[in-house]
Design a protein around this ligand. Structure first.
Ligand code: IFM
Length: 445
């Protein structure tokens, strides 16, 4: 039997952030309430592209049950919570007149979080692009930059007196690759390399403009973004597999990282991006952020495949444990990632903004969920973060994904990532063992 690492919050800095992340579209529901406009995921779902046929129309009904959800976090001892603001609630057509009623919800949520002693960390874009903007080209168009900066300004104008931390994007590489390259996510374009690189670059540009708009609006905020970073490893020692892994690293990790932190397009992609990048863009995408959110799920094992964009296909990970998403469980990859990031980028402040696992949870006869695999997942990954902290990496917090089971995008309601189970018929919340594990860790029990 394997020995799991013993963990205690006292092994981490005293001001370490502990909590969870969620996103608006995945938990709120209430899609037609208070003047919200439509977004690309509404359209994608209406087109029948969600695998289990579900929609986010109700999701976790968090829009009406936020008090209960804040209480759950308070009872777990969380001191931080990252949520996202729904762009189509704030600007129903993507730009123009601000919908004050759309912001009222976040106003209430933020006040409640503060009262519970939980630091609100707002993310502006977690994938719910207003449909009218997609109709004008979405992330394929440079025209998106102005509307995103306007939205950032509107949200901060209302909430930044109480929300200290502002994250611009969540996982721009997933938006670009799955939404514009392969078509697995909304808006469902299958444009391959050019779609991916355009969507990546325009998110970088919009992010740069939004960061500057917010800084002009209010001083003293903690500004950043959230990237999903994965060490990319080669399937074999063959040179073409090694080259494929390096290319995928450039697409997945380096376009967002080098753009924001260095104002640079990765050399490996410069030729492919020469018609997308305009003079002045490199300066516009760089910004001296205060805090970077890192989402980590696993390493990526890549191999050469001439039939796929960038000539890169999926290899077979060297790992015998997989989650319900089929993703390998590789906690040492998180340690490696953090240490490599520290070395490559000069150790700026980061926090783990997402880390977690879907498992096919069972409710036992007593109504309890003993999600032992998820507990083990958290133990191992938090231990990896602890090692990185001890080895000098400036990690400021750990937020699990996710507080609640939720709408897992193209998988609908079929994949459960929560530390709290949601019964989608009754909306009853049931804390799992992983919730108790997090609470005990944070409280030092
Ligand atoms: O649910 C998603 C989240 O929206 C973004 N990061 C990965 C999670 C699990 O797939």
């Amino acid at each position: 039997m394997m020995t799991l690492p013993t963990l205690s919050a006292s092994d981490f800095p005293a001001d370490f952030l502990w909590g969870a992340s969620t996103s608006a579209y995945q938990i709120e529901g209430a899609l037609d309430v208070d003047g919200r406009g439509s977004c690309v995921w509404d359209t994608f779902a209406a087109a029948g592209k969600i695998q289990d046929g579900s929609t986010a129309a109700r999701a976790c009904d968090h829009f009406h049950r936020w008090r209960e959800d804040v209480l759950l976090m308070r009872q777990a001892g969380f001191n931080a919570y990252r949520f996202s603001i729904a762009w189509p609630r704030v600007l129903p057509t993507g730009r123009g007149a601000v919908n004050g009623r759309g912001l009222d919800f976040y106003d209430r949520l933020v006040d409640d979080l503060l009262e519970a002693g939980i630091r609100p960390m707002a993310c502006l874009y977690h994938w719910d692009l207003p449909q009218p903007l997609e109709d004008q080209g979405g992330w394929l168009s440079r025209g998106i930059v102005g509307p995103f900066a306007e939205y950032a300004q509107a949200a901060t104008r209302r909430l930044a007196d109480r929300v200290p931390d502002w994250m611009m994007l969540n996982e721009p590489s997933v938006v670009a690759i799955l939404g514009y390259g392969f078509g697995d996510h909304a808006p469902g374009h299958r444009l391959g390399e050019v779609g991916i690189l355009k969507a990546l670059h325009h998110q970088n540009l919009a992010q740069g403009a939004a960061l500057r708009a917010i800084a002009a609006e209010r001083a003293g905020l903690t500004l950043g973004t959230v990237l999903n970073l994965s060490p990319c490893v080669a399937h074999s020692e063959r040179p073409e597999d090694i080259a494929a892994a390096a290319c995928w690293d450039a697409v997945w990790n380096r376009v967002p990282l080098d753009g924001l932190l260095r104002g640079r397009i990765p050399a490996l992609l410069a030729d492919r991006m020469k018609d997308i990048v305009e003079p002045g863009d490199e300066a516009a995408i760089q910004y001296p952020i205060d805090l970077l959110g890192i989402n980590y799920y696993s390493r990526m094992t890549m191999k050469h495949d001439a039939t796929r964009p960038f000539g890169v296909g999926w290899g077979e990970p060297r790992c015998d444990r997989k989650t319900d998403m089929g993703w390998p469980v590789q906690p040492d990859g998180l340690y490696d990632l953090l240490m490599e990031f520290k070395q490559d980028y000069g150790n700026p402040a980061v926090y783990i903004a997402e880390n977690g696992a879907a498992y096919d949870d069972r409710v036992d006869v007593n109504g309890e969920i003993h999600d032992v695999e998820r507990v083990r997942f958290f133990q191992e990954h938090i231990a990896a973060v602890g090692r990185a902290v001890r080895d000098g990496c400036a990690v400021k917090g750990y937020l699990c994904w996710s507080l609640l089971d939720n709408f897992e995008w193209a998988f609908g309601l079929s994949k459960r990532f929560g530390i709290v189970r949601v019964d989608y018929d009754t909306m009853v919340r049931t804390p799992k063992d992983s919730y108790r594990f997090m609470a005990a860790l944070i409280k030092g029990e």
